[in-house]
Design a protein around this ligand. Structure first.
Ligand code: ZN
Length: 398
């Protein structure tokens, strides 16, 4: 029985916590591996959506283009998952695209994207573009694509981040336009950095019948390009079934709503179709209320190959490493599980088998080096350590 005055006890506890909490936090930080040092591949990033906000503002000011409020204020776009929400998103994206009116700007976007990817530990970037949008300023879709390919080759060389290009058709345009784009993409197909590696389909999932784009995807696949259409973000399992049936994807952009149908999910696993999951995008487009609702763990537990992506960091203000950070801090992924996600992203990429093996080894080193550091920390008996959920099924190398 203590005869101390309660106020003294509270003060004593406050002093103790003031000493212990910073130490505890320091130990936890030291046990967390640097996610920007984790080797990974970024497979879902759009050309204009990759632009730095500072670049957008600079280009808009130079051309006296007025930007919507979400770009001038320091706020990420956040819209509901309905037609009106998509319209607001598209209007913002179009406003950003308006500043891209020259070859030099197009080259700058690719170079800055590559530099930013390097900062985030990305070894390979597969960036998607619809060259039609920039064609009027550079003399047509062929020069528009050639500029991007040449910039990608140069940026790969300068930064060490391998860049492959995905030519993406739009659901807002006629399927015949998609076939024209697919033929153009096929001409530049190749495995080297600065070549076209895939063919996509983007924009509002609710537009058009998926089967109408089958022909364009057939042309692309025949040329050796991977089919990587968007799907299963705004629409659910039925839409995904159509994508799988008609477009034969190697990967699907988003596809998160496959979790709503176990049979479909199993089909995606059986066919080894990877999903490019973009948690921040899902939340900012109103598909899920918060990051904790994104079914990343369910997808991985089901055996789906996942590649985390940022989609449009210009609008959502969240780059690649932030997606891994969210998986760690909000969804409770351990470093071993985060390493598995990184391996999955590399496996789902279109890089060469030898490059993939090299990056797998670098991921192993990331875990190993940090493990040693962690053991050194642990041997000094730190204050209570943060526990991290384990899932043994995620430890294997996909
Ligand atoms: Zn996208």
């Amino acid at each position: 029985m203590s005869n101390h005055h309660p106020c003294i006890c509270i003060s004593y506890r406050k002093v103790l916590l003031a000493i212990v909490e910073p130490i505890k936090s320091d130990w936890q930080d030291r046990l967390m591996r640097d996610l920007k040092a984790l080797p990974k591949a970024h497979l879902h990033l759009h050309f204009t959506g990759s632009m730095r906000i500072t670049t957008l503002r600079e280009l808009a000011a130079a051309q006296q283009i007025r930007l919507p409020e979400n770009f001038s204020a320091d706020a990420a776009l956040h819209v509901p998952a309905n037609q009106r929400g998509w319209f607001r998103f598209q209007r913002a994206y179009d406003a950003a695209r308006k500043v891209v009116r020259s070859e030099s700007t197009m080259r700058r976007i690719i170079h800055e994207a590559a530099a930013d990817e390097r900062q985030e530990g990305s070894k390979r970037l597969e960036i998607q573009i619809d060259p039609t949008s920039y064609a009027p300023f550079v003399g047509g879709i062929t020069p528009a694509l050639e500029i991007v390919l040449d910039a990608a080759k140069a940026a790969s060389h300068d930064t060490g981040v391998q860049i492959g290009i995905i030519v993406a058709a739009s659901r807002m345009k006629h399927p015949l336009d998609a076939a024209i784009l697919a033929r153009l993409a096929a001409k530049y197909a190749g495995a080297e950095p600065g070549c076209v590696v895939g063919f996509g389909l983007s924009n509002d999932e609710r537009r058009g019948e998926t089967a109408q784009w089958a022909k364009a995807f057939r042309i692309a696949r025949k040329a050796g390009l991977a089919a990587v259409p968007h799907g299963g973000e705004l629409l659910g399992p039925q839409h995904l079934r159509e994508i799988v049936e008609h477009l034969h994807p190697a990967r699907i952009g988003h596809g998160v709503r496959a979790v709503e149908d176990p049979a479909l999910l199993q089909q995606i696993v059986d066919q080894s179709i990877a999903l490019e999951v973009c948690p921040a995008s899902n939340v900012h487009l109103g598909v899920y209320q918060q990051l904790g609702d994104v079914p990343l763990r369910n997808l991985l537990d089901a055996g789906v190959k996942i590649a985390l992506g940022a989609d449009d960091p210009l609008l959502f203000r969240s780059r690649l490493a932030a997606q891994y950070e969210a998986a760690r801090t909000i969804l409770g992924f351990s470093d071993s599980e985060l390493a598995t996600l990184a391996r999955c992203s590399i496996e789902a990429s279109l890089a060469s088998p030898s490059d993939k093996q090299k990056w797998y080894r670098e991921i192993d080193s990331w875990l190993l080096t940090s493990d040693e550091a962690s053991q050194q920390c642990a041997s000094a008996d730190p204050p209570t350590l943060a526990s991290t959920p384990k899932n043994s099924s995620l430890q294997s190398d996909h």
